[in-house]
Design a binder for this molecule. Structure first.
Ligand SMILES: C[S@@+](CC[C@H](N)C(=O)[O-])C[C@H]1O[C@@H](n2cnc3c(N)ncnc32)[C@H](O)[C@@H]1O
Length: 249
């Protein structure tokens, strides 16, 4: 399976019910206020924080590689009476009719791109869709290995139709040289005699600050700031979530 299709089918169905937290919209609202409109969220999924930003009247559009996640987003938008423009595309093959003053990802979704080639293609696409004077926000982190005692532990939830949903980490491989962690995840849905069980590899690919800055430079972008999510300057050694801001070179 292509990594860009991970959040489809049963994974998209279970995404909402199993979600443990929602992206805080504030850092992204503040970013857009500073960078300007229109704005574009890459990997918008089922709508957090895009729907809240739209509710505030901000001109924000979305892109996601999963038609199933976008269907969930559209359903949530209808329920909340919000209009949202979203595109079913991969961020490494962006082809949109507009350019944007603010392009961002909410949370470390950029690490779902499985290698440096995909990252470079995404950065080039971002550069091509950046309006003059525009700014990009890419949150990045270095994932920690899943603690051994959590392997096999099952999290459960109940679907709106009463089905039992189960999620667990089956196994994990980490390649420090390739900066890639592949976690085998199991998703289960049980309803009476009806059961579906799917195991999928979830790939995370990370960067040192230097490596990310080099890729950005190759794509015609310059890193102008690296901060923590609250905008405070980040120490060089930080492995927590960092917000990289970029502008056209
Ligand atoms: C962890 S979800 C986050 C969604 C949302 N921001 C949230 O917090 O609920 C990541 C999203 O990125 C999308 N995605 C993964 N790879 C992608 C790619 N190459 N291009 C565009 N979207 C991608 C997935 O389909 C998924 O909807």
């Amino acid at each position: 399976m292509d990594p860009a299709d991970f959040y489809t089918g049963i994974v998209a169905d279970l995404y909402g019910p199993l979600k443990s937290f929602s992206q805080d919209p504030e850092p992204y609202a503040a970013f857009i206020q500073h960078a300007g409109l229109p704005a574009l969220e890459l990997g918008c999924g089922d709508g957090d924080p895009l729907l809240e930003l739209r509710r505030r009247g901000l001109d924000v559009e979305g892109v996601d590689s999963s038609a199933d996640m976008l269907e969930r987003l559209r359903r949530r938008a209808d329920e909340q009476g919000i209009r949202a423009t979203v595109f079913h595309q991969r961020m490494e093959a962006l082809d949109l009719p507009r350019s944007y003053r603010a392009i961002f990802l909410a949370g470390p979704t950029f690490t779902l791109l499985p290698d440096d080639d995909a990252a470079l293609a995404a950065l080039r696409g971002i550069r091509a869709h950046l309006a003059e004077g525009g700014t990009v926000l890419v949150p990045l982190f270095t994932p920690a290995p899943t603690p051994v005692e959590q392997l096999g532990l099952v999290r459960t939830a109940v679907a709106p139709d009463g089905a039992e949903l189960r999620f667990s980490v089956v196994a994990e491989e980490r390649d420090e040289l390739a900066r890639t962690q592949t976690t085998l995840l199991r998703y289960e849905r049980h309803h009476g005699s009806d059961s579906s069980v799917v195991e999928r590899p979830w790939i995370l690919h990370w960067y040192t600050r230097d490596q990310f800055e080099k890729l950005a430079t190759t794509a015609g972008l310059t890193v102008t700031a690296v901060t923590d999510p609250d905008g405070r300057p980040a120490p060089a050694s930080a492995t927590d979530l960092l917000h990289f801001r970029l502008q056209a070179t």
